[in-house]
Design a protein around this ligand. Sequence first.
Ligand code: ADP
Ligand code: MG
Length: 248
Amino acid sequence: MNDSLENLQDYFKQLRLTETSHELPNLLRKAEQTSWTYREFVQEIVLFELKKREEKSIDKRMKWAKFPYVKTLKEFDLTEQTSLSQRQLSQLEELNWMEEQFNLILLGPPGSGKTHLSISLGIEAIQKGFQVMFVTMGELINLLKTREFTRKSQVLLNRIESSDLVIIDDLMYMAMDQREANLFFHLINRLYERSSIILTSNKSPNEWGELLGDEGITTAILDRLLHRVEIIHLNEDSYRMKHRKSMF
Ligand code: ADP
Ligand code: MG
């Protein structure tokens, strides 16, 4: 019963409680200093390991999400974006819409905060335990077209298809040919009713038809995307323009 501290730490490692193993000297010191009861001591050890695991899992999912940058909802300034109320933002933050498998469409001109808002909501989702993936429309089409012969595309698309939330940024930025529109439709079909989608676009859905070309496919895609959807129009007021750095 009188093993050295190193041995004890090693036992924790063997049980795959690596984080606790490292922290053990500190935990023991604190237990002595604050005279924890046996029960408190056990609780502190278990909670420490759980907290570390949670942090690691969030880190892992943040990496997986492939956000182009990390900006939170706290950094989203509503005085700069008057088309959204605090109440609406709080509702989005609660993520009930995700649990009900609603999609979000964020519309607005360049610089109006679409990408920022989508990333922030993605971060919220990750913190609540969801798996999220961010992809631009251009990247997505490229992945779909190379799926059959590129291992990397397969891996990323599998990840997209198993995500609870898929963010597709800058939809309809580019015109698609028939094959691309078809591939996109099949992806949306696979995600439909399984995950939530956030789409950002500077064109409104009634203009998407021109870019998708085929009317039948456009209707089928819109059907699924708009079945359960919240559409948010962000203001003209461009944050980027107002805050742009000037040389003069
Ligand atoms: P969009 O995707 O609509 O073109 P972005 O989301 O990329 O625009 O926003 C451009 C830049 O402006 C980003 O750095 C973003 O963080 C910032 N920004 C835009 N709107 C806001 C806002 N309401 N509050 C804080 N930063 C904002
Ligand atoms: Mg953007």
